[in-house]
Ligand binder design. Structure first.
Ligand code: CMC
Length: 435
């Protein structure tokens, strides 16, 4: 438990003389957290918090978000500073190890990761089992889960060295798995990784190159890819990270846990939003259609959301959205794309929504996915690859959080309770007597 837990809150149960004194836990920053573990023992009651909006499920030293102020810190470092000065591989080291690396440590870490980029040759066969038009996220769920059938030597979750090798394998192989999912979709030969290239550069190489001719990765696009990866590397206890932790709490192996995280990320309310934003922009089609679209969004019965807007934690601008919006202009400039109609539409939509009472009242601001789709499209990625790229980047966060959980002495199997509202106990009725 962090801090000395000197403060407490006392809850008394109406109509009884029972009460429970719950210690308050203080983190380094952020609100205090009531430790409710004794509540059931003291009062015989559970807490109710669907969506876990008020529940801390673990202690973590990795990522901090202040949603009201729009702050995101990785191991204490602001995302803006990391985006400007760092690289994805350095951020990966930071997230996994807690400190920025010395030059020799970084070199060693990079070498450690890069020497695991190849997939077991038999994994190639897996791809042939998918339909040609399989969504890359479907392929990733399957192939990443299947890694546990290939790397038996690093499955012992109680062995730190084994955990380290699995982490390296996952971070290193994810770009290869994602790039091959795309190559399979378009019927081109799989490109093997090149360990002389940087992490993001190698991914762009495997994604774009063909064996028939040399391919040079545009350094500006490699830097943009690296930046996108930094911005997506971790985000506290979001749905997919919580999924990884929950799966991991049972003792499941890391490959299986990350496959579970990929499945959770796929949904349009989470990582699938970047793909959904582009579909939405295409559907809106023109600036003149924005008012009609926004009326639909505001109509509760329509179930239409302004994709790329809103966040469970941020009630202010998502700091990642600001960084990616700037990068988006730079990449479009580099690619000579002037007046991209989708970007123009997105900018206008953002402007109108930010001044609309519905969004202002609900503190709905653009999130990272509002712009990531536009930048990825400009870089030549099909929409179906957007969430797969998110998964590649988030793997480092997932595996850091998973390792932290395994090392946490307070860790127990994740097992929420419920309010049961079904039928009370009753006796079985034989078929002929059912009214
Ligand atoms: N468009 C229209 N209304 C919205 C939106 C939106 N994008 N997001 C929230 N609302 C409304 C919601 O209907 C509710 O209204 P009311 O109070 O009248 O019932 C109010 O705002 C509060 O929203 P909520 O549903 O309680 O918020 P939540 O924390 O449960 O949901 C969210 C967060 C991200 C799932 C949601 O904002 C959303 O679906 N956004 C669109 C999808 C999206 O962009 N997701 C990416 C999130 S960032 C990257 C990531 O996590 O992967």
């Amino acid at each position: 438990m962090s801090g000395s837990a000197k403060r407490s809150i006392t809850i008394s149960l109406d109509g009884t003389n029972k009460s429970s004194t719950l210690p308050l836990m203080d983190g380094t920053i952020g609100p205090a957290v009531a430790d409710i573990r004794r509540l059931y023992g003291d009062l015989g009651i559970f807490t109710y918090d669907p969506g876990y909006g008020a529940t801390a499920a673990c202690e973590s030293k990795i990522t901090y978000i202040d949603g009201d102020e729009g702050v995101l810190l990785y191991r204490g470092y602001p995302i803006e500073q990391l985006a400007e000065h760092s690289t994805f591989i350095e951020v990966a080291y930071l997230l996994m190890n807690g400190e920025l690396p010395k030059p020799t440590e970084l070199k060693e870490f990079e070498f450690g990761v890069l020497r695991h980029t190849m997939l077991h040759e038999q994994i190639r066969q897996f791809y042939n089992g998918f339909r040609r038009d399989a969504h890359p996220m479907a392929v990733m769920c399957g192939v990443v889960g299947a890694l546990s059938a290939f790397y038996h030597d690093s499955l012992d979750i109680n062995n730190p060295e084994s955990r380290r090798i699995s982490a390296f394998r996952l971070i290193a192989k994810m770009p290869t798995i994602a790039a091959w999912a795309h190559k399979y979709n378009i019927g081109q030969p799989f490109m093997y990784p090149r360990n002389d290239l940087g992490y993001a550069e190698n991914f762009l190489y495997m994604f774009n190159a063909v064996p028939a001719e040399p391919f040079k990765v545009n350094p500006i696009l490699a830097r943009a890819m690296d930046l996108i990866m930094i911005l997506h590397a971790d985000h506290e206890q979001n749905a997919s990270t919580s999924t990884v932790r929950l799966a991991g709490s049972t003792g499941a192996n890391p490959f299986a846990c990350i496959a579970a995280g990929i499945a959770s990320l796929w949904g349009p309310a989470h990582g699938g939003a970047n793909e959904a934003v582009l579909k939405m922009l295409a559907e809106i089609g023109h600036v003149r259609n924005i008012p009609e679209f926004l009326s639909e969004v505001k109509d509760k019965g329509s179930h239409t959301k302004l994709m790329g807007f809103g966040h469970r934690v941020y009630k202010n601008y998502d700091p990642r959205a600001k960084i990616i919006q700037k990068a988006c202009h730079e990449v479009l400039g580099e690619l000579g794309i002037k007046g991209d109609p989708l970007l123009d539409l997105a900018l206008e939509l953002e402007k109108i929504a930010l001044n609309d009472k519905y969004f202002v009242d609900r503190k709905l601001y653009p999130n990272v996915d509002f712009y990531s789709g536009i930048i990825l499209k400009a870089m030549g990625f099909p929409t179906s690859m957007f969430t797969a790229l998110f998964a590649v980047s988030r793997t480092v966060g997932w595996i850091s959080q998973w390792s932290e959980m395994i090392e946490d002495p307070e860790q127990r199997i994740g097992r929420p309770r419920q309010i049961y509202t079904g039928a009370a106990q009753r006796d079985y009725v034989t078929p002929g007597r059912r009214g």
